[in-house]
Design a protein around this ligand. Structure first.
Ligand SMILES: Cc1cc2nc3c(=O)[nH]c(=O)nc-3n(C[C@H](O)[C@H](O)[C@H](O)COP(=O)(O)O)c2cc1C
Length: 162
């Protein structure tokens, strides 16, 4: 299978996830090429069996460069995609000291749903998604421990759909 991955990593965490996905997919016998969106032309993507998009988060939403990239992509309906977002890890509420609930997190974290909405309107079909967390104190990384295992799980979810 041929996979093209586009990410918009700013501090290198998403790029690291992309590189690990490449390594794991290759170990399964698949070809995965990674690109930063700034080096790619969204209107001219090479043919692939699957496209993976990876986006950092700004104010709970996808970084502008990824949103703009995805809006321009002219992939035909039925094309399969997977998506990952990097987010700052959850922290307890300053007032209550409580961790956010699943429902609250879903309200705060719109990176994947926002990008899904754009891609769904184009008729693309999602096969998997995954959130990766970075250190919430720096907001810039490193990735939270266990991220490589998450890459393995994400890969398995993707491969199951083929
Ligand atoms: C200005 C700014 C705003 C951010 N806002 C959020 C946010 O609202 N929610 C969140 O989960 N992470 C937020 N982050 C953390 C980013 O998601 C994190 O830096 C990024 O995912 C790391 O990935 P990268 O190394 O690939 O750029 C913010 C980071 C910056 C610099």
């Amino acid at each position: 299978m041929r996979i093209e991955l586009y990410h918009a990593s700013k501090f290198g965490n998403g790029a690291k996830v992309a590189e690990e996905l490449r390594r794991v997919m290759e170990a399964h016998g698949h070809q995965l090429n990674t690109h930063h969106v700034k080096d790619a032309n969204p209107k001219n993507l090479p043919p692939a069996d699957l496209y993976i998009f990876g986006s950092p988060t700004r104010m709970g939403r996808p970084i502008g460069s990824m949103r703009r990239f995805i809006k321009k992509v002219p992939l035909p309906p039925g094309t399969k995609y997977a998506i990952f977002a990097t987010h700052a890890d959850e922290v307890p509420d300053k007032k209550t000291g409580k961790m956010p609930t699943e429902e609250e997190l879903n309200r705060l974290r719109r990176t994947i749903p926002d990008l899904d909405e754009i891609l769904r309107e184009k008729g693309l079909v999602k096969v998997a998604d995954k959130v990766f967390n970075v250190n919430p104190e720096t907001m810039k990384g490193p990735l939270k421990e266990g991220w490589q295992e998450k890459v393995e799980v994400f890969t398995a979810q993707i491969l199951k759909s083929f």
